[in-house]
Ligand binder design. Structure first.
Ligand SMILES: CCCCCCCCCCCCC/C=C/[C@@H](O)[C@H](COP(=O)(O)O)NC(=O)CCCCCCCCCCCCCCC
Ligand SMILES: Nc1ncnc2c1ncn2[C@@H]1O[C@H](COP(=O)(O)OP(=O)(O)O)[C@@H](O)[C@H]1O
Ligand SMILES: [Ca+2]
Length: 542
């Protein structure tokens, strides 16, 4: 078929064209004609536009009953090659495509072209459809989990109203499971035959995503015969991609990988088949596997906020503000030793002011190193130089950020320069300081000031760390007893104002880990998401 043709759009004659990767429509209107001026109004449909085939969502043909009302326009064009009459304009097709709007939002735009004859219309629909069929990265069959109780309990509504219609438009088939209890998705994924799916979608928050990765990673290791309890096991990467439809409380994993937590934007990234590798940290205690983490592993402040907030789930997302305020006032610090292995082979450092964005070269570099090490067929991680560092002290917070952890509360995140897929975590140690200083540190998460530029805050880019609390876990009893037993008086870090534990617990992507002593290791690019990373501002984002 011809690579270009004339059609009507908004009563104007347009030339549409299609090459290997781009579909375009160009106005052939006469300059300065009244109709041309009219077409310039509205939402820019009178302008020349092009859309990469990779961002076309669907093309649909619709039979038009009747004739085109705006017949006069065609007569103006008869001096060109246009020869059809209004009565012949009976067929149209609609192209649905990705349109970018502010702050990394994507929406589904549509444009309908009226053709002079059925053959032309069919030819264009087929040509576009053939191009779409060649987009091999797009998922065709998805397994969807919906947590009906995440966030504001709108998960099912969001999926049914905003996401399912887009999947249907894009001819994606789905099997939808609305979870009935916690760990439903995890347990299902650990057992089910996943070969029929092209991806998994979770509708919920970070906790729901955590369930999904646990099921998927566990099944993958089981099939590969990998022992997850061995902290030194080299884990096998999961082949299925995961999509997140944000419907939780913090939605930090979505926000930090897309730039916004918007269900339609995330659905469109899934439809176009984006793919972004992601690091995963494994958490062990005494050679026993506990959990995987993708966003934040937080001991002290964020562990305590989470623990308290679980009692107030009925408050919805604002439970974190309430518990955050309470935890801030309690001002507990925790004593222990952190051993860490600095990341030496990767590019970048936590204070280099870079941002991990779509096509990030730091992550690509780590991906190449990973390929090289995979080719060596090592069964276990072998640390090239075991140069462990030690930090001891009293900490208000120990945060391990596997990614920036950007979210609406903190648009730059806990560690703004952290990377999604570089095989490292940023270990942030906040030592004991006054409430006022801790507040200064917290407030800097909400503005552009550097939260690490404070004497009591340290940050290291690491690939492994071990935390050992000062008091062994068996001693994690009421502080009053500790105070009496060890010092004969109450410890000044834990005034008898209601605080009670000598040890905190870990917040692992919003799930509680009760153990304080942990060994954490990053597994570079273990999973993949249906995202592309945060797009640059030149891509019409701000
Ligand atoms: C004074 C204001 C200070 C605001 C400081 C905000 C820092 C926010 C950093 C957030 C990092 C989030 C990391 C992600 C964690 C999520 O995986 C995880 C699970 O998400 P899900 O519920 O969607 O499943 N979410 C969380 O653990 C929630 C952490 C939220 C912490 C909020 C802390 C609010 C602190 C308010 C302190 C107020 C002090 C006021 C003093 C006058
Ligand atoms: N049907 C269900 N009933 C109760 N809990 C569930 C259900 N489905 C998932 N969960 C659990 O709910 C918790 C929070 O889910 P999440 O979607 O992250 O919401 P939020 O962001 O509000 O915390 C997770 O720990 C998850 O395991
Ligand atoms: Ca990382």
């Amino acid at each position: 078929m011809a690579a270009a043709a004339r059609v009507l759009l908004n009563g104007q004659v347009f030339e549409i064209s299609l090459n290997e990767s781009v579909f375009s429509w160009k106005s052939l209107r006469l300059r300065n004609s009244p109709s041309a001026a009219a077409a310039r109004g509205g939402r820019g449909e009178g302008e020349n536009q092009s859309v990469p085939v990779s961002e076309i969502i669907a093309v649909c043909k619709t039979e038009v009953a009747g004739t085109c009302k705006e017949s006069g326009r065609w007569q103006k064009m008869t001096s060109t090659t246009t020869s059809f009459t209004p009565e012949q304009i009976l067929h149209d097709f609609t192209v649905y495509y990705v349109q970018r709007s502010k702050e990394h939002h994507w929406c589904c735009a549509e444009v309908t072209f009226y053709c002079s004859d059925q053959l032309l219309c069919n030819q264009w629909v087929q040509a576009l459809q053939r191009r779409l069929d060649l987009q091999g990265v797009r998922p065709k069959n998805l397994l969807v989990f919906i947590n009906p109780f995440g966030g504001k309990q709108l998960g099912k509504h969001i999926y049914d109203k905003k996401v399912a219609p887009l999947f249907q438009l894009a001819s994606i088939t789905t099997e939808v499971i609305v979870t009935e209890h916690a760990n439903h998705a995890r347990d299902h994924l650990a057992e089910v035959d996943l070969r029929i799916y092209d991806g998994i979608v979770c509708v919920g928050g970070d906790g729901m995503f955590s369930e999904v990765i646990h099921g998927l990673i566990c099944q993958t290791q089981k099939i590969a015969g990998i022992d997850q309890n061995d902290p030194n096991s080299k884990l096998v990467a999961c082949s299925l991609r995961i999509g997140i439809i944000p419907a939780g409380s913090t939605d930090c994993i979505c926000y930090a990988t897309v730039g916004v937590n918007d269900p339609v934007t995330s659905a469109l990234h899934i439809i176009v088949g984006d793919s972004q590798p992601m690091d995963v940290s494994s958490v062990h205690h005494n050679n026993t596997f506990l959990k995987y983490s993708v966003s934040l592993l937080g001991y002290g402040f964020y562990g305590d906020v989470l623990k308290d907030s679980e009692n107030n789930r009925w408050m919805g997302p604002s439970r974190y503000d309430f518990s955050g305020f309470k935890t801030f006032l309690s001002h507990q610090c925790y004593e222990g030793t952190v051993l860490y292995l600095p990341a030496t082979e990767t590019l970048g450092n936590p204070r280099d002011e870079s941002r991990c964005t779509a096509g990030c070269y730091v992550c690509q570099y780590s991906g190449k190193l990973l390929d090289l090490s995979n080719n060596k067929q090592e069964l276990k991680h072998v640390a090239e130089e075991e140069d462990w560092k030690v930090v001891k002290g009293k900490f208000l917070a120990i945060n391990a950020a596997n990614m920036s952890c950007a979210c609406s509360k903190s648009p730059m995140g806990l560690s703004p320069a952290a990377h999604l897929a570089d095989g490292t975590i940023d270990l942030i140690l906040v030592r004991k300081c006054s409430r006022f200083n801790f507040l200064r540190h917290l407030i800097r998460h909400t503005n552009k000031d550097d939260q690490f530029d404070l004497a009591f805050v340290e940050v290291y880019r690491v690939k492994q760390f071990i935390f050992t609390p000062k008091y062994s876990e068996e001693d994690n009893i009421d502080i009053r007893d500790i105070g009496k037993n060890l010092f004969g008086q109450f410890c000044s870090d834990h005034p008898a104002c209601g605080c009670s534990q000598v040890n905190s617990n870990w917040n692992c992507d919003g799930e509680i880990i009760e153990h304080a002593a942990v060994e954490v290791r990053v597994h570079c690019q273990l999973i993949k998401l249906f995202v592309r990373g945060i797009e640059h501002s030149t891509q019409k984002t701000s």
